[in-house]
Design a protein around this ligand. Structure first.
Ligand SMILES: Nc1ncnc2c1ncn2[C@@H]1O[C@H](COP(=O)(O)OP(=O)(O)OP(=O)(O)O)[C@@H](O)[C@H]1O
Ligand SMILES: [Mg+2]
Length: 265
């Protein structure tokens, strides 16, 4: 990619002085666990006493309200600002689905409108003071991801992946996009490499492919989350109800995010 083209993609980012750090959870690939990891990261930071918000940037496939148990609540606006909803764990949540009368109504918008929605979520939302705003990205490198990475000054990006070669290729595209748009990538969360048998606790390898995308890119693995029945079957994720092993993995991600964010400032 020519340097001139890269530079023109990066307009001046607009910061929000009340938000200390913005962390993006991305993948490029769909269904690998971005939203799950975004929720676990938000909850583990909140469990450490941080003021946390979670912005659902997946406008056409929003899953955060359900995962955080606020899907029956409605978002508020005073005509100028949007206000997030606070869940029972104190996490402030914003998602397009909080403003839809019917959560099943599809958002059938073309790219420019999707980009505008992200712009509004970032610029016009009164989040209050936050230590961390976590942004759950949709899959892919199209309009929403581009607008978010162009406009928001990220302290760090967490990349979620499953260890399969073709996934790694798609994920590398997203990492390259973040790098081109000056968003520092903190590392990988590897999801579902193994499965913990719900009956006997045996750890079984789901993916044999030792895809080394992270090594090739010189990025650390922040955590490796096994497939777990409790996570797969949960309608919403409650920190207090999670098995200790999951909390430990989530806290490991949070700790490394905090270290990286502190050094990014
Ligand atoms: N470690 C895990 N153990 C069990 N199930 C998991 C795990 N991680 C994710 N899942 C399940 O896999 C599915 C996809 O996860 P999730 O919605 O977080 O992915 P995503 O990358 O955000 O998807 P999308 O690209 O559609 O936004 C969900 O049903 C989720 O519950
Ligand atoms: Mg998702």
């Amino acid at each position: 990619m020519a340097q001139g083209v890269t530079m023109s993609l990066v307009p001046e980012k607009k910061s929000n002085p009340k938000i200390r750090h913005v962390i993006g959870v991305v993948s490029g690939k769909g269904g690998v666990g971005k939203s799950t990891v975004a929720v676990l990261l938000a909850q583990s930071l909140a469990s450490q006493g941080r003021a946390v918000g979670l912005l659902d940037a997946d406008i056409t496939g929003p899953s955060i309200p359900r995962l955080l148990g606020v899907d029956t609540m409605k978002g508020e606006s005073d005509g100028e600002h949007l206000f997030p909803i606070e869940n029972e764990e104190g996490i402030r949540v914003l998602s397009i689905n909080l403003f839809n009368d019917n959560e099943d109504a599809p958002v059938i918008w073309r790219g420019p409108l999707l980009a505008k929605a992200i712009e509004q979520f970032w610029q016009d939302t009164d989040w209050g003071d936050l230590d961390y705003l976590i942004i759950d990205f949709p899959p892919g490198t199209s309009d929403i991801a581009l607008t978010a990475l162009q406009q928001i000054p990220f302290s760090g990006i967490v990349v979620v992946t499953t260890p399969q070669d073709y996934v790694s290729m798609i994920v590398r595209k997203q990492i390259n996009m973040a790098t081109m748009l000056k968003a520092p990538v903190i590392g990988f969360v590897e999801n579902m490499r193994t499965l913990v048998c719900p009956k006997c606790g045996e750890v079984i390898k789901l993916f044999d492919d030792g895809s080394d995308a992270q090594k090739a890119l010189g990025l650390p693995i922040l955590a490796s989350l096994p497939w777990r029945q409790e996570v797969a079957q949960a309608c919403s994720i409650r920190w207090a109800m999670l098995p200790e092993a999951v909390k430990k993995e989530a806290l490991a991600i949070a700790q490394q995010v905090e270290m990286s964010a502190a050094s990014a400032k």
